[in-house]
Design a protein around this ligand. Sequence first.
Ligand SMILES: N[C@H](CCC[C@H](N)C(=O)O)C(=O)O
Length: 280
Amino acid sequence: MKFTKMHGTGNDYIYVNGFVEKIENPSELSRKLSDRHKGVGSDGLVMILPSEKCDFRMRMFNSDGSESEMCGNASRCVGKYVYEKGLTDKTEITLETLAGTKVLRLWLNERKKVEKVTVDMGVPVFDAPSIPATFEQWPVIRYPLPVGEDGIYEVTSLSMGNPHAVLFLEKIDELNLPVIGPIIEHSPFFPNRTNTEFVEVVPGGLKMRVWERGAGETMACGTGACAAVVAAVLNGVADRKTTVQLRGGSLEIEWNEESNRVYLTGDAVTVFEGETELEN
Ligand SMILES: N[C@H](CCC[C@H](N)C(=O)O)C(=O)O
């Protein structure tokens, strides 16, 4: 199987051309290839597939094999992949995902390489059953969530197509994510588990670490950065147009006031092309 290793802001996935490669069990393949010692090493696997209603379809699997509805960083890389490999010559591309149709806008440099991509991430969803979450009232803003022996953390929760819990904290560098992350991920308030963003308000924007559902701490999360800005606006601590600094770099987010849609802009980088035996 041929694959391409790519990253968006350090959030790295293995990209497979599903027009050519037929993968029987992408979930199991994601678990196997994501292993950073015994596999290729990645946060998961992304299949680029034909679509009946859009230009392309994306399926995204976390490193634990679970499938997510949507991935902001991966959708930017899919845009770069399909354009630079000649699967399309469009610079505005529609992408079918489990969270609906997303529109990608490619930004080319003078050598016609895709330097960055803006994704129309759609509207944030606040009603708890759609997140899904079991809170009785919504929007869920600073709800005191019990987090194991660590006590109570105030969470703001919403869906960007996938579930998010956003926490605003004074200092995020020292946090022990492998301890707090899984407790929130598996909280009974989130029946399908959740992605969790730990956000610090800094001059010029937000600084964020993320514990992703099904992948653990990653260098960045696009849907998570969008959720963080929406939550920050609801909490009155950021502008609708904000830079989010992540461990792997920065993302530009705009929650447009008129359309209520969220726009994500960031890099998309090809790391290497590879080939692996499926049967071993
Ligand atoms: N890193 C991704 C999100 C992955 C979300 C996944 N961990 C989930 O189970 O929802 C992003 O850039 O949006």
